[in-house]
Design a protein around this ligand. Structure first.
Ligand code: ADP
Length: 479
């Protein structure tokens, strides 16, 4: 493990308190490293560094847009170069299969490249007014940005937020999740190697209620970007309200419906639905966690879905071919097992899995429930684990209503060969993403975020970039 300290002003430093906390390998439950723990004093220092890097006349503020793009592209190249070692570190800390982690690194580099292309294309408008007056708008970087991210996709989550922030010309203080503190420190080191001026990117590991809250409460932070639970999302908004009304971007939980009609290609539908829920061990905010299947194919679908779940290869994340490693930590595993229990008690039918695997590590069987009813806890609560809930429906109108019967609205999917059904569903569903005959079709250019209690604002795409820019209107009166 190369880096365990805080990264401020392009240097790795100890926390003021000298405190550290351990991070563990979820496959073996053994400690990997002790990392420095930031609290309020460290947040103050990092924000000060980010503020100085953003100040008028600083190297970063004076930098040509194309030079900024070059730095971002350079960071992308370095992530590509180190993809394997970054991925190995992630698998160790998070438990995800190594092969999946490599793809996440390469995908993150592409997100940076997408945003690098915007650096020299950010501009405002000229707006004519009456008589001898016109106005121009300028797009200016919002300033110091605080970013708080979860443990499920540590590098992509950091980079989805770094890309637009850097392209806009902002400076950054990132707080990774306490379960997965290691890869963000590698990214920090790569940003220094790429040549970012000191203070542009700062990384503080620490806990939510201390480090995270101090960042979200800080009066010199102009925007706070958060990905995590809806519960903490409420708090982030509250912190903003209680401090300087900083702009807030929230990407929160989900209970996303995937709707499969009788006319779908069954093999394809079973596969899409399987990947929608089981990828990343179900630890995915947009997981297709409610699989609605039309009555005509329901029984056959359930049978095949259960077979596919039983065939899933669970084990050592470093072994080639592994599809599922351990869940990230014990509280996550316990929550999954508790919800599986409640599914059984509430009358759902367990078709596959349902049990913890082995005595060491947080492994759980890929689990499938049929006969799931809308009001069961497994259909309402975010499980964040490999648990597929299959619900039966009859008509389009019925399934639209049931799909929307949730506080969440992050993502959704529909599988059908009937274009009318697909489009009516796409129009009616209350969700930020609708995937038709596919799932998880996320690319750098597609905006991603939630309706309802799944969040505010968007990550990715041009939409995210605009959230890092302020519009200044300069009105000019001619003589
Ligand atoms: P999860 O349940 O998936 O761990 P959380 O919403 O608890 O999701 O955590 C996501 C991120 O939010 C983590 O980086 C965590 O440290 C941080 N966090 C947790 N509580 C707070 C808080 N009160 N204030 C700010 N950040 C927090």
């Amino acid at each position: 493990i190369r880096f365990t300290k805080l990264f401020v002003n392009n240097e790795f430093v100890d926390s003021f308190s000298g405190k550290t906390f351990p991070t563990h390998n979820p496959a073996t439950e053994q400690k990997i490293a002790d990392v420095s723990e930031a609290d309020k004093a460290d947040v103050d220092l990092a924000v000060k560094a980010a503020k100085a890097a953003f100040a008028r006349g600083s190297e970063w503020r004076n930098m040509d847009a194309s030079a900024r793009a070059k730095l971002i592209n350079k960071l992308a190249d370095l992530i590509d170069r180190d993809a394997k070692s970054l991925a190995a570190l992630e698998s160790l800390d998070n438990g995800k299969p190594l092969e999946d982690a490599v793809l996440e690194m390469l995908g993150s580099a592409d997100v940076l490249r997408y945003y690098a292309g915007f650096c020299d294309k950010i501009h405002g408008n000229t707006i004519p007014s009456d008589g001898n007056q016109f106005a121009i708008t300028r797009k200016e970087p919002i300033g110091v940005v605080g970013q708080i991210i979860p443990w499920n996709y540590p590098v992509p989550m950091a980079i989805w937020k770094w890309g637009p922030a850097l392209a806009a010309g902002c400076t950054i203080v990132l707080k990774p999740a306490e379960q997965t503190p290691l890869t963000a420190l590698e990214l920090a080191a790569l940003s220094k190697e790429a040549g970012f001026p000191k203070g542009v990117i700062n990384v503080l590991n620490g806990f939510g209620p201390t480090c995270g809250a101090a960042l979200a409460m800080h009066n010199d932070v102009r925007k706070i970007c958060f990905t995590g639970s809806t519960e903490i999302g409420h708090k982030i908004l509250e912190y903003s309200a209680k401090s300087n009304l900083k702009s807030v971007n929230l990407e929160l939980g989900g209970k996303s419906p995937l709707v499969i009609f009788d006319d779908a290609d069954l093999d394809e539908a079973v596969k899409i639905a399987h990947n929608a829920i089981f990828s990343n061990h179900g630890q995915n905010c947009c997981a297709g966690s409610r699989t609605f299947v039309q009555a005509g194919i329901y029984d056959e679908f359930v049978k095949r879905a259960a077979e596919m779940a039983r065939d899933r290869k669970v084990g050592d994340p470093f072994k080639s071919g592994t599809q599922q490693g351990p869940q990230v930590d014990k509280p996550s595993l316990d929550k999954i097992l508790r919800l599986v229990e409640s599914g059984i008690k509430e009358g759902a039918k367990l078709e596959a899995g349902g049990k913890k695997i082995g005595n060491v590590g947080y492994f759980v069987e890929p689990t499938v429930f049929s006969n799931v009813k809308d009001d069961m806890s497994i259909a309402q609560e975010e499980i964040f684990g490999p648990v597929q809930s299959i619900l039966k429906f009859n008509t389009l109108e019925e399934v639209i209503e049931r799909a929307n019967n949730t506080q969440y609205g992050l993502a959704s999917g529909v599988i059908t060969n009937n274009i009318n059904n697909a489009m009516v569903f796409a129009q009616a569903v209350e969700a930020g993403s609708v995937w038709v005959n596919c799932y998880d079709a996320i690319t750098p250019q597609t905006p991603f975020g939630g309706f309802k209690m799944s969040g505010l604002g968007r990550d990715l795409g041009k939409d995210s970039l605009s959230g890092y820019l302020e519009t200044k209107t300069i009105s000019i009166k001619l003589p």
